[in-house]
Structure formats: C-alpha cells, structure tokens
Design a protein around this ligand. Structure first.
Ligand code: GDP
Length: 427
C-alpha cells in the first residue's frame, strides 16, 4: 500500500477507527500523529468492541508495528491502562509498540489545570474540553516547559516533576482548586521509567528506515479538520493539527514521502462540545440521527450534536488536506429519512455566499445554510456487500455528496459498524 495519511474531515468521530482498521491490513507501520487520550477510536472486530485512545488500532492486527508519534501528547498512566486492556484481550504490544522519545507527556498538573481553567470560564466561553490535560500539555510544549517521553530516562526527571508540582499548587490554590499530592505523584512517576523504557524509540529514524525498506506507512489522525488549531472553528478547537500537514510534523516523515490522503467523512454531520455548527438539527430528526448513529462520545459518553451533511465543510477539508479519496461512513444511519437535506453553501444576511468555511465566527453567526433536497431511499442498507446493490436513491445521494465536496473520489463507503460492512471502491 502507498504511504497514506488518514484524517477526519469534519469535527471528529467520523468513524476513522473502522476505516483505519480496514486499511491497516495493507500497511506495515501505523503511526498516530497528534492528539491525546481525549480522542477515541472504536473498532468492532470479530464481535468484540475495542476502544483505543492512544495506541493505534493497528495493534489489533498481529504483526503490525505501531508508533505513537512525536505530535501526540501522551498521558503515560492512560497508556498503561490501555496496554493492560489489550493484554486482557490476549493482545501483546511488546515488540510492536514504539513511542517517540520526542512525544510530550500529559502530566498530572496538566489535568488539574485543564479542569480548573474550564471551571473558571464563563458559560458561553467554555471550550468543552474533556479535562484530560491535552490543552495545557500542548501549551507547555509550545511554551518550552513540556516533559517529553525521553526525559523519563534523565537523572533530573523527578527533580523537575517536583518543581512543577510546587509551582502548579501555587496556581491551583489561587483558584481554590484541589491541590496535587506531590509525594504520591513522585512515587507514581518514579515507577514509569522502567515500565516504559522498552517502548521508547527514536521513531523518526524508525519510521524513515521502514520507509526506505519499502514498508508501507499509515499515518492516522485523531479528531478532525474543523477541530484543527489552525484551520478549525477557533477557539472551539483542539490544541493540535489533525489535518494532513500535522501528519508530517507529528511523525517526522517528509511530505515528499506521502503518496495519498484519505479523508474520512460521515454522510451527515456531528460535533461534540461547544462551537459553531451551521447544519445542526435541534429537532426529532437530529435526535433520530443521534440514537440510530450511536452518537455519544467514545471517551466521555457525551451526546453529540447532529445535523445534515455540510458540503461547505467537506469542500474546505478537501482543500486543506488535499484529500485524494473519501471514505464515507454511516450511510445506513440515514436509511429511515424520507427526505435528505445537503448544505451546499452558507448565505450571510447581506446576501454574501460562502462556499468554503470562513475564519470569522461572527460572520458565520449571520449565515444560514443553503440546502438542496434529495429523496431518501427508505431501505435497509446495512447488509449491502457491493456498491452496485445499494438502492439507486442511496447511490444518487452519495454521488451528489462526492460531486459537491471537492475533487476527491469515493474510495470507501461504510454501511455499518462492523469490518464486513465496508464497501471498497478501488482503494
Ligand atoms: P472516530 O473517532 O472517527 O474513530 O469515530 P468513533 O469511533 O468515535 O465513532 C464511530 C462510531 O461509529 C463507532 O461506534 C463505530 O463502530 C461506528 N461506525 C463506524 N462506521 C459506521 C457505519 O458505517 N455505520 C454505523 N451505523 N456505525 C458506524
């Protein structure tokens, strides 16, 4: 398989886990390139459901090598839980899991600051963070006060931890928030180096050596384009770059070594947390999509906001990421809709038309979606095994989405949660 970037084209939760799982069968090395344990991929394989937050789902495939790239922020304690969970299922990560020595760690003070900070934001300013310390860990990385996985092996590691705990407690006490228990933290961190040492690797060298040896590399993103710190609905975004560019900076594989980009996109739209969502449905149709699509967060269980397919978002995503192939998911969720709406543009109150996503959220507030309507197919598509078997109206809908969503071709269409319900169309 060519070296592939796989990213989410909307606000995350597009069903990337399943598409990654399907493409993994052709890859040798699978690299997670950004985000932290605030993201969750759900994979259903041989009737079992696995929820992975940090380790690439490639680990479920025997013999595949999995990398946690330098662009990720990793909570080492969450990682240990995930390793234990895998072992509980009889899956051994040792020898197949490699963690970049440049990966920043989410430290316990990052979690404490994340929660205290969100609690202090007024209601309309809340970002909807998962409180897992991801934002503060990325802030520390950019502010050059972060702790990298390689630091675990340095003799001054615990001294630095102790210093940071003391200064964080000063900040937390000003907010009246619960303080860090420094002795317990030091004991917990002291154990980590030995446990994680076997996984710590110069993964830049590892990935590039694999590439030179002709192995095929799958770079997997978490979250989605509209949550990108640069290209998303700032400030209602995550603190990293889920977009294709982030795959290179988050792994150390050069853009010149990437052969193709696969964008995962749902046949409707969802978003979790606060922030703009032009095609949101706050009605019974939205509720139907939520229930039928199981639109509740894999990490937090939070209900996701649901709405119609937004071709403005798709077009913008195709452009920012250079999407070559769409992997469209969850067509089956629309099986009972008599009529489907597709947002083709946004119209501002003064008549201005947006065909791609604007940066200015105040302008967006003045916009309403311009919809096209198509008839639904009112047929169960979840048993379909070939694209040609789909009802003609379902094919017309999918083909219209593709036509409206930039130059990308349809590479995969998914009609159910299981591996077998993935229709492959030339990739
Ligand atoms: P990710 O973060 O992009 O990997 O998305 P999640 O794993 O959080 O959410 C995807 C959810 O949708 C999971 O529960 C999948 O099993 C499920 N899913 C994926 N593709 C399909 C599909 O085509 N149809 C249905 N009904 N469910 C799907």
């Amino acid at each position: 398989m060519p070296n592939t970037i796989l990213m989410g084209a909307q606000w995350g939760d597009e069903g990337k886990g399943k598409v990654i799982d399907v493409l993994t069968s052709q890859a040798d090395v699978i690299v997670r390139y950004q985000g932290g344990s605030n993201a969750g991929h759900t994979v259903i394989a041989e009737g079992k459901k696995y929820v992975l937050h940090l380790i690439p789902s490639g680990i479920l495939h025997p013999g595949k090598q999995c990398v946690i790239g330098n662009g990720v922020v990793m909570d080492p304690f969450d990682l240990l839980k995930e390793i234990d969970m895998l072992r509980g299922y009889g899956i051994e990560p040792d020898g197949r899991l490699f963690i970049s020595d440049r990966t920043h760690m989410v430290m316990q003070w990052h979690r404490a600051l994340d929660k205290a900070d969100e609690a202090h934001r007024s209601h309309d300013k809340k970002i909807g963070t998962t409180g897992r310390g991801i934002g503060p860990a990325y802030s520390a990385k950019m502010g050059r006060s972060g702790f990298r996985v390689g630091d675990l092996l340095r003799p001054d590691f615990l001294d630095r931890v102790s210093e940071m705990c003391v200064s964080t407690n000063l900040r937390l006490s000003k907010w009246g928030a619960e303080l860090l228990d420094i002795d317990t933290l030091l004991k917990d961190y002291a154990k980590l180096a030995d446990i994680l040492k076997p996984y710590i690797t110069d993964t830049v060298v590892f990935i590039n050596a694999a590439d030179r040896a002709g192995k095929s590399i799958l770079l997997e993103g978490a979250q989605g384009t509209m949550l990108d710190i640069d290209f998303g609905t700032y400030p209602f975004v995550t603190s990293s770059n889920p977009t294709a560019g982030g795959a290179c900076t988050g792994s150390g594989l050069s853009p010149r070594r990437i052969d193709r980009v696969v964008g995962v996109i749902k046949c409707y739209t969802t978003r979790v947390g606060s922030g703009p969502f032009p095609t949101e449905l706050a009605d019974a149709t939205g509720e139907h999509l939520r229930q039928k699509g199981g639109e509740f967060g894999a990490t937090t269980g939070r209900p996701r906001r649901c709405g119609w397919y937004d071709a403005v978002v798709a077009r913008y995503s195709a452009m920012v990421n250079g999407v070559d192939f769409w992997a469209m998911t969850k067509l089956d969720v629309l099986d009972e809709q008599p009529t489907l709406k597709i947002c083709v543009a946004y119209r501002r109150d003064d008549g201005h038309i947006y065909e791609t996503f604007p940066a200015d959220l105040s302008a967006l507030e003045r916009c309403t979606p311009v919809y096209e309507e198509m008839p639904g197919w009112m047929t169960d598509t979840s048993k379909t095994t070939r694209y040609e078997e789909l009802p003609l109206k379902a094919r017309a809908y999918v083909e219209r989405l593709v036509a409206l969503s930039g130059a990308a071709r349809l590479g995969i269409l998914s009609v159910g949660p299981a591996r077998e319900t993935t229709l492959r169309l030339g990739i």
